[in-house]
Design a protein around this ligand. Sequence first.
Ligand code: GLN
Length: 548
Amino acid sequence: MINSSVKFIFITGGVVSSLGKGLASACLAAVLQARGYKVRLKKMDPYLNVDPGTMSPYQHGECYVTDDGAETDLDLGHYERFTGVSAKKTDNITTGRIYSDVIARERRGDYLGATIQVIPHVTDALKDFILSDITNEDFVLCEIGGTVGDIESLPFIESIRQLGNELGKLRTCFLHVTLVPYIKVAGELKTKPTQHSVKELQGMGIQPDILLCRTEISIPIEQKTKIALFCNVKPEAVIEAIDASSIYEVPISYHKQGLDHQVCKHFNLNLDEKPNLDRWINISKIQQSSEGNVVVGIVGKYTSMIDSYKSLIEAIMHGGLANKTNVSIKWIDSELLENKDCSINDYLKEINAIIVPGGFGKRGSEGKIKSIKFARENNIPFFGICFGMQLAVLEFARNVLNFKNASSSEFGKTSFPLIGLLTEWYTEKGLEKRDVLSNLGGTMRLGSYNCKLIEGSFVEKIYKKNIISERHRHRYEVNFKYIDDFKTKGLLFSGMSPDNNLPEILELPSHPWFVAVQFHPELKSRPFDPHPLFSSFIGAALNQSRLL
Ligand code: GLN
């Protein structure tokens, strides 16, 4: 039984994709939170993949990992960053997952021989997802991926239509995000695409209650009235969502446009108290008063698709907020660094710090190793994340310990798998096993794990505690047997798994800032609570910029 006062806001999108529906959902949740409500966000993705774990980052952007080990859509990262509420496995569903569950149940005979159909079996499963795992939330915001009219999302739209009917108007609100394009040559904003998109939604039985209109320029009242008239909504429920200079300005801007007011009005909620937006006002003030500019170079493989590094980019910006400095990112394609004629100095000059982020596969890895060597030898602040840590281990092993053949089994057969596939390890649930034949998703160490920090280490000072919990997403591990060899040459494994078997963090005490971690700290950074590693790293980059 779900709590009978929980209210549902269903967010759909129309006209075009990439309207920033995920961000809009996250920002609306943030403003409702500022009114004192407990919020929860869920995302329904219409694609047939069972989860985004095996999707190419070039196509789908980052795969966001939750504490409980789900590989989810990157929008869940927005949700967490704007609300601070940790997402769960039960917050993201795909058509692939729903169909495979329904089919598995059919095979088990759960449906007692009934004919299995999209309506009601798939739509029931979708409704179960929406209603599942809700405790004491006031609002559940449920974003439907894709654009209204897509064939794939039809069962999703149908399931929210049914819920709207079953729960009634006072418990459900339909918010439709559309585009009001500005035609430069005509000097006009066009409302027709919004009208068409709403018509499409109405054709599927849904009358939107609120329209959130993405626009480049302010929408005049006449245009809003026109949209309201043609789309059958109240003029005050046509909300302008104008492009912002920073995504962290959006919650304030939504509030100014009256979005939270309209939502509360729809649900007959008390409107006397003003929301407490201090958190966002504070961030806005810092952004406006930040001085200087540090340049962080990211040496990666997916630099043509920067959504692959969404959380990383945001965590870097949070580090900037913590230091009240502006940060810009220079993207460096690691494969270019592999070119024999490439002078690494040319690529990395004017960079104040280097990050080698998470990644997969051999291609481009030697270029990343080259950049790590450059950072180590030239005292440039260096931050290695996941794959970046594994490559920092290989760089040090090859160039300092003289383990010339040291490699990772990820790159193929090797005589010296310093980084290897671990097949057994202990978790809270007991012994977990995997092998090379396990399916791709199944072989990963996923989700939050504890890590203990060595007393007196640099990272212990940064975290100001000695047990931390961070999220993982990787298949390979550094072989702990060699940690003493590294230590003799000055590289310290300053974070280890609680059983001491898995090196989780390394640092070079002789270097101004050289830290690499086996986990993804960027996933836990929030604008109002920047991750300590990113705050410290950007601080080091700032020091470096002052040396130039
Ligand atoms: N490819 C490495 C592994 O699977 C690192 C993964 C990552 O950076 N997320 O272990």
